[in-house]
Design a protein around this ligand. Sequence first.
Ligand SMILES: [Zn+2]
Length: 595
Amino acid sequence: MLARAHDEREAEAIVVGRGQAGEARVLLRREAVEAGGGLLALRLGRQLAGDRRLAGQVGVRPDERGAGLGRRGLDRPHHGGVQRVDAAERARGPRRLGDPRRRLEGAPEARHEGVAVEAVDRVDVDALRRDRAEAIDCAALSARVTVIEGCAIATVDDERREIADGHIVCADGRIAALGTGRAPAAGDGARRIDGRGKLATPGLVNCHHHLYQHATRGYAQQATLFEWLVALYPVWLHVDDAVVDAAARAGLAALARSGCTTSTDHHYIFPRDAGDLLAVEIAAARAIGLRFHPCRGAMDLGAGAGGLPPDELVEDRDAILAASAAAIDRFHDPEPGAMVRIALAPTSPFSVTGELMAETAELARARGVRLHTHLAETDDEEAFCLERFGVRPLRYVEDLGWLGDDVWLAHCVHLDGAEAERLGATGTGVAHCPTSNGRLGAGIARVPALLAAGAPVGLGVDGAASNECGELVDELRAALMLARVNGGPGALTARDALEMATRHGARCLGRDDELGHLSVGALADVALWDLGEPGYAGIADAVAALAFGPTRPVDLLLVGGEVVVQDGELRTADPVTLAADLARQSARMAERSAR
Ligand SMILES: [Zn+2]
């Protein structure tokens, strides 16, 4: 798979297939490179791609006049077996947590990275020589190109680069160029965003939620988790498709306006004859425009068998497993760039049987989907597990096959040091939900210990019935404050919190190859925060301004390069309609449960 020629007037594109030894060098004319090198490389990579199951990298090397693109950032270890990093870059070393070099910086030269492509498994050398750059139609590309310039950028990439004044070019749903200074030319049709005074971060990833709960907010305000659940189960008996539709749309809108581009949802209430609830919330996510990882939740341990939920609200185990398999068949998209992926999620140790946990793990692993549940949220749950199973919650689920890098667990508040180490050693993820933990008085998760152990720790808003809000950027601030209440001012930094909300969240959902960081080839899921207003004025550190400062709606939100929020306003739904529908369904729930 090698195509190479040489011409003084041309620059090179370099293509390396995942797990393959060869590389292809493809020439582009100078004018083509100048017309948008990264975009050309992206399109070129796709032309070379014959098989979407593989992945590779494309970059354009600078020619002697510097019109092309730099190669740094190509061939990260997790993208394949080829390791190729500039010597100068290696000397600078990665920017780890706490490294003082992880400050906003502006390198003088414009730099661009390689572009990930879906596959490279066959290159027609003769065709490439024949077609060269004529095969690339820049004008056609430009309609789907968005250029953001003049912004600060916190990339959260492998090197944790921060750029004081840079650009991001999004094309065909992915980041095609990113670097300091002005963007490469992208054609007249490109959408242009003035990023001055703003900070670009990866779109935030929400790792735990129950969207339907948006319709049951304000209940049981002084209750513990178990008291709160017992108060709300009778209300949730009346959940149906109209409730889920209104609540999901409102909840997803709140997430979008708070910078979230990818959300999970843990839906575990399936009353009889309630409708096709998973399909309804997936349709809502499509309408709002967010990437969505809904979990097919379940409860099969009712009060009659020693569980917490009423018997009317639990399902039969075989029916749950059949519905879980059907959810994967109907909705799960394993392909790169997926907008919808399914996970399986029995609800909690006190509402499901061990048999369902074990059989669900078996099903998920046979089908290649992830596993999620609540764990170690409260003292009451710990007491329940000790009394019923004779072991603490973590040991209980470990014995059922529930630790591993395909599992992420909500809360994990009540873990000892050895248990935190166990999560790190197994790569099990944690969805930290600080506001919900505060609202229910559940306790404070030992986030620094979990991070030190190497566990991915994402952030979650949790259901809005234990939160009364569902804005994800607020959880950065809450995570910082709770960690510091417990562990002092050095317990967690603003950058740690941003990393949790992005990269760690993507790891929890199994998407960190293409989500949770701003780097060329990653999906074009971008949050742009306006830090020019008085609430942030004078805070020189943009990341600190975002994490510690007042929370505001995101200024611009792109999901796969498509605009979801602009000028702080949701562009995919009418907020007045969303509010009216949610109020109507909340009132309907209250009336029905009062009967
Ligand atoms: Zn929850």
